[in-house]
Every structure is written in C-alpha cells, then in structure tokens.
Design a binder for this molecule. Structure first.
Ligand code: HEM
Length: 119
C-alpha cells in the first residue's frame, strides 16, 4: 500500500520544515512579499504547517479560518497565486521531495483556487 501523502512529505517534522521554507520563500519573492508585511511570521508558519499537516491526513489540528474566510477581500490575482504555487514547489524541491509528491501537492493547491483567487 502506498504511504499517505503526510508520511511521504516527512510527517509533522518534514511538513513543518517545508512550510517554514515556503513562508521564507514568500518573504523573498517580490510578487507576494508585500502581502505579508504586517504578518506575525512565526504565527503564519505555524498556521501554514498545521493547515498542511491536517490537509494531508496528519495529526495536527489546524485552528485557523478556512481558506475562503482567510483570503476573502484580499483581491488576490492570478500572478500572485502562481507565485505562491511556485514557492510551494520550490519549498518541496528544497526538501528533496519527489516529483510524484510535488504533483499531488500542486494538484491540491490548484484545487483551492476558487476559495482564494479573486474572492
Ligand atoms: C493554494 C494557495 C494558498 C494556500 C493553501 C494558502 C494558505 C494560507 C494559510 C493556511 C494561511 C494561514 C491562516 C491562519 O493561520 O489563520 C494563509 C494566510 C494568508 N495568506 Fe494564504 N494561501 C494561499 C495563497 C495565497 C496567496 C496567493 C496570497 C497572496 C499573495 C496569500 C496571502 C495570504 C495572507 C496575506 C495571509 C494572512 C497572513 C497573516 O494573517 O498574517 N495566500 N494562507
């Protein structure tokens, strides 16, 4: 049987490291960094990690708002959405996650666009 995506991403420890790297990549990415200028970065990293652990079938319990409520009113455009997807893939690559897992994550992130893009 194939291991769960949670396990293949390195469990809670691995996903926490990936989420932290992705947030760092956002802060270094001029296409999206201004969006996070008022953010508490430790809190954002915690939210990103627990969201991902929960979404991939792991034990963490994400306590933030759902994706629509989180991003409503931000008027996020397609270029920004693409930049975030690019950073997520770069974060996976940085942590030596294989192509199959990258594809599964990308598919899941793309599927969230109706709750995040231009809402
Ligand atoms: C598939 C794509 C995305 C996912 C899965 C995602 C996920 C998240 C999560 C889990 C949080 C934290 C919520 C919390 O802890 O309460 C968050 C917050 C946020 N996201 Fe996204 N996001 C995505 C795309 C974007 C895009 C494209 C932008 C704009 C560039 C963006 C801007 C923000 C901002 C500004 C916050 C709030 C930060 C804060 O409260 O300090 N997100 N997002």
């Amino acid at each position: 049987m194939t291991a769960s995506l949670y396990e293949r991403l390195g469990g809670s420890e691995g996903i926490t490291r990936i989420a932290s790297d992705v947030v760092d990549l956002h802060l270094d990415n001029p296409a999206v960094s201004p969006r996070y200028s008022a953010s508490n970065i430790e809190k954002l990293k915690h939210g990103a990690a627990t969201f991902f652990i929960t979404a991939t079938g792991g034990p963490a319990v994400y306590e933030g708002k759902d994706m629509l409520a989180t991003h409503k009113g931000m008027n996020i455009n397609a270029t920004e959405y693409m930049a975030v997807l690019d950073d997520c893939l770069a974060g996976l690559e940085r942590n030596n996650i294989g192509q199959r897992e990258q594809e599964e994550v990308l598919f899941a992130l793309y599927g969230l666009r109706k709750e995040i893009l231009a809402v």
